[in-house]
Design a binder for this molecule. Structure first.
Ligand code: NAD
Length: 296
């Protein structure tokens, strides 16, 4: 392996210690889990542990998969009204009969720590976010930290860099594009049409920074990567090995890409740990001052 390994656990530890001194009255995280999705339950368990470590009160709401739209709206409205809850996270996927976008609009914008309410998504797109969604924030925190460690002048790097984001979801891909714009970088984004039309490699090979959030194990191999690029792998995909054990893997074929990239995040241990802490950070910020932040 020739690439430098970007250590998400170390960055998460630093972010955690900066939060420990920022505790504030009225801080509280509420999550809403509907049904028993495996990934959501695992995420909830991690947040519960982290909130405990940081001394942030945690209020998990668990509803059956049969819960109705109006029952869920009532739960969200109840959390909006609570003074001990500063941040609300709706765990996804939601059951098919639930209108997700309608539910996002019920969350009070000042408690909407993942910026899913249209007001907060719009502020992010305008470059004046109230909250930066945790996954995209984590990607850029890792990138900024690594650039500092590598002795790069961040502003100069971003002014010259071509960033390519693979995946265009509202919760990961698009916020990554917004954070790239906020750094005055040239940003391109592709989705699965690029793969279907055979154009994926042409786009990804132009990237100085390649951010991959497609949810397809091993999608990106060495042939997709420009030598010397920085590769950030957001994907989390369960794969079963020959012994029948399930493990998590990213969207990037780590062993081949690590031979050509300049730096790379592993899965697990890259973007994920920072994302979790960032969500708690937004929960603390929401209690401190529900004001518009500078892009961080
Ligand atoms: P999503 O399914 O909502 O969106 C996936 C995007 O990738 C879509 O825009 C789709 O068009 C695109 N895509 C799919 N296949 C493609 C292909 N072959 N070529 C190019 N583009 C393709 O998923 P999401 O919520 O954005 O999550 C993406 C991945 O990131 C998943 O594996 C998810 O588990 C993971 N994730 C990780 C974290 C973390 O903290 N590490 C957080 C959130 C999501």
């Amino acid at each position: 392996m020739t690439a430098h390994l970007i250590d998400g656990a170390a960055v998460a530890r630093d972010l955690k210690s900066s939060l420990a001194v920022r505790r504030h009255d009225g801080v509280g995280l509420a999550t809403i889990l509907v049904g028993d999705d495996y990934g959501s339950k695992a995420y909830e368990a991690r947040l519960r542990r982290l909130a405990g470590e940081l001394g942030v009160p945690y209020f998990p709401q668990v509803l059956p998969a049969t819960a109705t739209q109006s029952e869920l709206s009532t739960v969200v409205s109840g959390l909006n009204a609570r003074e001990d809850v500063s941040g609300i996270l709706l765990l996804r996927p939601l059951p098919r009969h639930i209108d997700e976008a309608a539910l996002f609009r019920v969350i009070a914008p000042e408690k909407d720590i993942e910026a899913v309410h249209p007001e907060n998504a719009g502020l992010l797109a305008l470059g004046v976010p109230r909250f930066v969604p945790s996954t995209a924030a984590s990607v850029f925190q890792l990138l900024d930290t690594w650039l500092d460690e590598a002795g790069e002048d961040r502003a100069d790097f971003y002014h010259h860099a071509q960033i390519v984001v693979v995946g265009r979801s509202n919760n990961v891909g698009k916020p990554c594009v917004c954070l790239g714009y906020a750094r005055q970088a040239a940003v391109a984004s592709v989705d699965e049409w690029a793969s279907r039309t055979g154009a994926l490699q042409r786009h990804t090979r132009r990237a100085d920074v390649l951010i991959v959030a497609a949810g397809r194990a091993g999608l990106i191999t060495a042939e997709h990567v420009k030598p010397g690029a920085i590769v950030l792998d957001v994907g989390i995909n369960p794969v079963t090995d020959e012994r029948g054990r399930v493990r998590m893997t990213g969207d990037v074929d780590f062993s081949s890409v690590a031979e050509v990239a300049r730096a790379i995040t592993p899965v697990p241990g890259g973007v994920g740990p920072v994302t979790d802490v960032w969500l708690l950070r937004n929960t603390v910020l929401a209690a401190e001052a529900p004001r518009l932040e500078e892009v961080s």
